[in-house]
Write a protein that binds this ligand. Sequence first.
Ligand SMILES: Cc1ncc(COP(=O)(O)O)c(C=O)c1O
Length: 401
Amino acid sequence: MSAQAGRSLDAQLAEELDVLSSQQLRRTLQPVAPIGKHIEIDGRRLLNLASNDYLGLAQHPAMIAAATGAAERYGVGAGASRLVTGTLALHAEVEQRFAAFKHAEAALLLPTGYTANLAVLSALARPGDLVCQDKLNHASLIDAARATGAGTRTYPHNETPKLERLLAAHAEGSPEGRRFIVTDSVFSMDGDCADLPALCAVADRYDAVLIVDEAHGTGVLGATGAGLAEYQGVAERVYRSGAGGVVVSTASKALGGLGGVVTGSRAVIETLINRARPLIYTTAVPPMQAAVIGQALTVLRDEPERRERLSALCHTARERLVSAGWPMPATQPPTPILPLVVGTAARALGLAEHLRSQGVLGVAIRPPTVAPGTARVRLTLRADLDDRELDAVVQAVGQPM
Ligand SMILES: Cc1ncc(COP(=O)(O)O)c(C=O)c1O
């Protein structure tokens, strides 16, 4: 009989949770109250450098008005799956606008970025295909590939020669199979970028489909905020319909709301509508959420100064932290994600606590979210940070120990 026999599930779980506590890896939910760029926790007001609301849109008056307007007009829920009666004219309109924003033929809204990634891979990849993922891809992409039945391989972070070897072997062994290259555009825990032109070239060489998760690029990078592909000059190749690119964006970061959006060719989107279980078997995005996404596109177009300010902050903050001795991944362009890597979970918690004592909220990121030995405090910049506040943040962070 196993050691677990006769013990209740609760007793077993309590023991497992105790192990996590002893390793300083236990997570808890902390209620907070956001107030603009600040956040109140346990009655203390802190500068919020722990959210992905890079442009400050979550509390933008026009965004709030869009949400309340949609609720008044359509109610608070869509009431059914997209394939039943859940598709409103509002969904179709926002999808059309998003497709235009991403230079794509068509777009599809899903409840979150996580489910959008599940939808794409589960609808497009089949047994016999090969899905190649950057090792540092977001968990949603890793989980999504596992669910497909396709062969899944990871390549070391941003190492295209290793990726090429995987693709070459598959092209030789299974010439009929589909090959997918899947990458984050901006890596969520390190803030560095993929080399999309290089990945496009590899995709062309091996007849592979490039799937790019622009969760942290959308709204932030590129002349219009379309993302990293726009910044790196490959928007046509990555976003354009028919060129083999599929892009996933999320409204939960720079766009200030919630909702995943897949853009690509009409054939890709039609296939998702027919095959993607995370779309078919779930209720449609609520009208408020769709309206907020549409409004975010308007704000991106009309208030480019938010993106410009954020970009200036990304340059300055990174330079100042590097001069203070913090190793930052070399990346072009600099992004709002600043990883302060300190090693152990205990040190990451200690640094986060120190920052809190200085009035700054940055969250400790520990394994398994990041590799053991690379625990960190992840700071994220926001466009509404002023120079004095940036000085205070740099001062509070100090130098690595
Ligand atoms: C790269 C990346 N992809 C996807 C997601 C999931 O997005 P969402 O929060 O909209 O589910 C996230 C955010 O957590 C992310 O960082």
